[in-house]
Design a protein around this ligand. Sequence first.
Ligand SMILES: *Cc1c(COP(=O)(O)O)cnc(C)c1O
Length: 392
Amino acid sequence: MVSEGKFGKFGGMFAPEILVPSLKELDRAFKQFCADEDAKKELEYYLSEFAGRETPLYLCSNLSKEYGCRIYLKREDLVHGGAHKLNNTLGQALLARYMGKTRLIAETGAGQHGIATAMAGATLGMKVDIYMGSVDMARQKLNVFRMKLMGANVIPVDTGSKTLKDAINEAMRDWIANVEDTYYLVGSVVGPHPYPTIVREFQRVIGRETRRQILEKEGKLPDVILACVGGGSNAMGIFYEFLEDDVRLIGVEAAGKGLDTEMHSASCCLGTEGVLHGAYTKILQDEDGQIKPSHSVAAGLDYPAVGPEHVYLQEIGRVEYVAVDDEETLDAFEVLCRKEGILPALESAHALAYALKVAEELEGGVIIVNLSGRGDKDVETVAEMRGYLFER
Ligand SMILES: *Cc1c(COP(=O)(O)O)cnc(C)c1O
């Protein structure tokens, strides 16, 4: 399916000339790493002992009864740090060490990827520098503090809009200048080849476990699997294992304040083709190719593009992409809290919201939702938007 980092016509290596040798070196090293039994064992060790894998595939008995389906959650919210992100940062940090690099750099928007990188760097004893827009730093003070506690250096970016896209530019500049000892740790299935493949491979552990677990529990594959899509890493991680099967796969994007407004992050649903951050993919852009601002109540979905492999899977009709808005997401968040005693991340609540719509039409079916993260980080947002949670 994949040739030279392309997924159909999507993906590729649209990087500054000076970085191409480093990307090719990374591609070679990753293939070696994957074929190395000792390296694989070490990754398995950290995933189980440090990250807490494997995660449960949990049957929501109350929701299942109510909807007349069997609704399972893949509990990535129980991974150390509270989300699937550590699967990837541990994998890439070990790859970096395997390549002889001593320093990790990353960029972060809301801070979640920065925290997961800091965790991996601390446990492996590597130097970590995180680029973060100064506007984002002011908005996410606690996350900045968390990164610092784990020994990461957080570098404020004061150029442009002082947010994620400026942080990405600075991280790229750093990598070009320090490529000898530095590894650029990308946070989702985005960027130039080989990053979309590397991140997918490190997140595939989600799908491998899910497949074994559902066969154990149900004796058959599920009817539907849903996952939220920001850059698309948790979705690729769970979907990939089921691409060849008769299983309906649904990626859920953020419709924000509505697909008919400018305030959404639905790149697969409404984006147009173009190059962003090193890959040919779908982007939220205007007629002049200017990136449009994106919005979601879930910070992790607030990104104006999507991983190229998703666009390919959409084009060939293998995966459906839909969008759920902020209000529907908050409804689903509350449902899971009250009915099942689980606080989902607002990102994951997008997938759950659409899963409940599917459940209404799918009598007696088996549905799996990838619960990509826990919602403790989101309670203030929910309280603010719904008002009542702290009053009762
Ligand atoms: C970062 C994040 C996402 C979005 O990233 P993907 O690469 O699309 O998976 C989704 N859920 C949670 C909990 C996150 O922290």
